[in-house]
Ligand binder design. Structure first.
Ligand code: 3PG
Length: 214
C-alpha cells in the first residue's frame, strides 16, 4: 500500500519516546512491534545493526498496520534504498554527510540526522533539516547542551538519544526545543530474548505516558 510522505516533526509529535530497536531474530519483529503499539508507542526505529534488521522492517511494515516503522543507524546512501524497499517510512542516522543528504532526498524518506556540535546543527539546518537527533546525547552534554543550543538555534527541534532513560526522559522532554527522545530501554535484550511482550507493553505504556512541553 502506498503511503503519503511523512514529515519528521509530525512523527516526533506522535509520541514522547522513539524506541531504538536492535533485533537479532526477524521472527520476533511482529510480536515486538505489536507489544509496543499496544502500549501506545507507534513510531519504531529498527536499527541496521543486525543482519535481521531489513527483514524485521519488512515484517512490521506488512503486518503491524498501526506501527510506523523507520530505519535507524543509517550510515550509507544505499541504506535508504534498501530500507525504503523493505517498507521503512523514515530514517535516523548517527551523523550527516553530503552523501546521506543525497540518499535521503533520492529515497524521499524523511531523515532525522545526528548532530553533536553547533557546526553540525548549522550544516544540518542548511541542508533543510530543522529536526535533528542530539547523538550521543550523554557524551554531547545532554540537558546542558540542549539548553545552550536553544540560544543560537531557536528554530531547531531535537530528539536527544543515547543514555536517555525512563527516569531522565522527563527532564529532556521539559525543554522547549525537545519534541521527543530516543532510547533502547523499551526493548531490553533480556526481555526480547524471553519473548516477554507483556513487560515490553508495560514499558511502552510508561514511556507513552511521559509528558512533554512541545
Ligand atoms: C544507541 O546508540 O543504541 C541509541 O542511541 C540508544 O542508546 P541507549 O541504549 O543509550 O538508549
Amino acid at each position: 500500500m502506498a503511503h503519503l510522505p511523512l514529515k519528521m516533526i509530525d512523527l516526533m509529535r506522535l509520541g514522547p519516546v522513539i524506541p531504538v530497536i536492535v533485533i537479532d531474530d526477524a521472527r520476533q519483529a511482529v510480536s515486538l512491534a505489536k507489544a509496543l503499539v499496544e502500549g501506545g508507542v507507534r513510531v519504531l526505529e529498527v536499527t541496521l545493526r543486525t543482519p535481521a534488521a531489513l527483514d524485521a522492517i519488512r515484517a512490521i511494515a506488512s503486518h503491524v498496520g498501526e506501527a510506523i516503522v523507520g530505519v535507524g543507524t543509517i550510515s550509507r546512501p544505499s541504506d535508504f534504498t534498501e530500507a525504503a524497499a523493505a517498507g521503512a517510512r523514515f530514517g535516523v542516522s548517527p551523523g550527516l554527510t553530503p552523501e546521506l543528504i543525497e540518499g535521503s532526498r533520492a529515497s524521499q524518506l524523511p531523515l532525522l540526522p545526528g548532530v553533536m556540535t553547533p557546526s553540525e546543527v548549522i550544516a544540518a539546518r542548511a541542508a533543510g533539516f530543522a529536526e535533528v537527533k542530539l547523538f550521543p546525547s550523554g557524551q554531547a552534554g545532554g540537558i546542558g547542551m540542549l539548553k545552550a543550543l536553544g540560544g543560537p538555534f531557536p528554530d531547531v527541534t531535537f530528539c536527544p538519544t543515547g543514555g536517555v532513560t525512563q527516569e531522565s526522559a522527563p527532564d529532556f522532554l521539559a525543554l522547549p526545543n525537545v519534541a521527543c527522545v530516543g532510547g533502547s530501554w523499551l526493548t531490553p535484550k533480556d526481555l526480547v530474548a524471553k519473548n516477554d511482550w507483556r513487560r515490553i507493553t508495560e514499558l511502552a505504556r510508561e514511556a507513552a505516558a511521559l509528558g512533554r512541553r512541545i
